[in-house]
Design a protein around this ligand. Sequence first.
Ligand SMILES: [Zn+2]
Length: 59
Amino acid sequence: MGRQSVPRDQWLAMGAECPTCGEQVSEEDVYARRPVPEDPKLLLLWCPECGERMEIHHV
Ligand SMILES: [Zn+2]
């Protein structure tokens, strides 16, 4: 699983790039916003193309 740190504004505007297939993954593909309660800035995403799971950490 890849983990990326992305500024929130950038993430909302452009999405995030899947490290496996390069697909742009958007906010619609968010799987869980707070997978760990201690870290509310973490998002889990599923890539719609290859099924890769990613963690996005808002900075
Ligand atoms: Zn992918």
